[in-house]
Design a protein around this ligand. Structure first.
Ligand code: MUC
Ligand code: MG
Length: 368
């Protein structure tokens, strides 16, 4: 089902301004009666990548469901079947695989983390993304988060404005929050190589710790050049779509950090492999998001809590960016971290009444 949820404020990224997030939620009922939930969600329709919420839904309904009905509900078997028969559509495959992991965990009485590896932490650090478009508002938002012990690391979305303006924005926020607070930026592919060379030098001077995906996703050589400069940590995000792309980055020594995203990787299994490859190569790890609701976010947390190294923490903050609660018991964010549930499956209970009310096509729903 497609579920439209307004955000608490406009969220301004290089490629889109979000006022609302569109969740594609998947509910699978297995023949033994066990139910699993998953999520395929993207940012800004088709602005971020090749899948939209609508394409995720139509491709699940038209191709993934018929491929899996009557087959084993084991998520490893189903994932391999999807990989063999479905080209691309990583987000849609992730949504289905997640639902099957939720069901399998419930069936076996274990959290999804136990199906993926060994849980090494019960909470994952979570930063907050400042993207209101207004520097003073961002500073006030960050100060409030720090005071409430919700977040003490911030990622700034840049790349929409002129370089000098963007750097001045970062500098003002860094100065206001002080040395103890880590500030990173995400350019979402908005720069060419020349702008990136200049921009990274300027950001280093104002105390920024990391630059995420400054260049277009296929420019591996460009990312390698930026990393070789050694000025600020370089993180790959849009470039990483699973193990094959991760190998290209490792071979080219093109990133200091991998942002692992379960949807971009085509599911929890493949995302876990990207994490293992990064570890083996000495590349640091960060848990990324597609701004999924609580369902997709907790699925990612179930994986990230098994990563032996998670040097840059995670950004699983998006449930807090949404105005509507879709669980019967909300997730617990405390002391700058998100708790990873211990209950079987994903360890959460979707509020089906709330979801039905928000779902696209529900008779009383109006979006302003
Ligand atoms: C991205 O590119 O990292 C993550 C946080 C956020 O605000 O947007 C996403 C996507
Ligand atoms: Mg990013």
């Amino acid at each position: 089902m497609l579920v439209d949820v307004p955000t608490i404020r406009p969220h301004k990224l290089a490629m889109a301004v979000m006022h609302c997030q569109v969740l594609c939620l998947v509910k699978i009922t297995c023949s033994d009666g066990v139910v699993g939930w998953g999520e395929g969600t993207t940012i800004g329709g088709l602005a971020y990548g090749p899948e939209s919420p609508e394409s995720i839904k139509v491709n699940i309904d038209s191709y993934l469901a018929p491929l899996l009905i009557g087959q084993s509900a084991d998520p490893f078997a189903a994932s391999a079947r999807m990989a063999a028969h479905i080209a691309g559509n990583n987000f849609a495959r992730c949504a289905v695989e997640t639902a099957l992991f939720d069901a399998q965990g419930k069936r076996q009485g274990v959290p999804v983390s136990d199906l993926l590896g060994t849980r090494v932490r019960d909470a994952v650090p979570v930063l907050w993304v400042l993207a209101s478009g207004d520097t003073a508002a961002d500073i006030a938002e960050a100060e409030d988060m720090i005071a409430r012990r919700r977040h003490n690391v911030f990622k700034l979305k840049i790349g929409r404005r002129e370089l000098a303006e963007d750097v001045a924005h970062v500098a003002r926020i860094k100065r206001a929050l002080g040395d103890a607070i880590s500030i990173r930026v995400d350019v979402n592919m908005a720069w060419d190589r020349h702008t990136a060379m200049r921009g990274i030098a300027m950001l280093a001077d104002v105390g920024c710790d990391l630059v995420e995906q400054p260049l277009v996703n296929h420019d591996v050589a460009g990312m390698a050049e930026l990393k070789a400069q050694g000025k600020i940590a370089i993180m790959a995000d849009e470039s990483l779509t699973g193990p094959v792309s991760a190998q290209a980055f490792i071979d080219a020594d093109a990133a200091d950090v991998f942002a692992v995203k379960i949807e971009q990787s085509a599911g929890l299994i493949a995302a876990g492999r990207v994490g293992a490859m990064a570890d083996a190569a000495g590349t640091a790890l960060y848990g990324g998001t597609m701004l999924e609701s609580a369902i997709g976010s907790i699925a990612a947390a179930q994986l990230f809590c098994t990563f032996p190294n998670l040097q840059w923490g995670t950004e699983l903050f998006a449930p807090l960016l949404l105005t509507q609660e879709i669980l019967t018991t909300p997730l617990t964010y405390r002391d700058f971290a998100l708790e990873v549930p211990q209950a079987p499956g994903l360890g959460i209970t979707p509020d089906e009444v709330a979801i039905a009310r928000l779902a696209r096509g529900a008779p009383t729903r109006t979006i302003t």
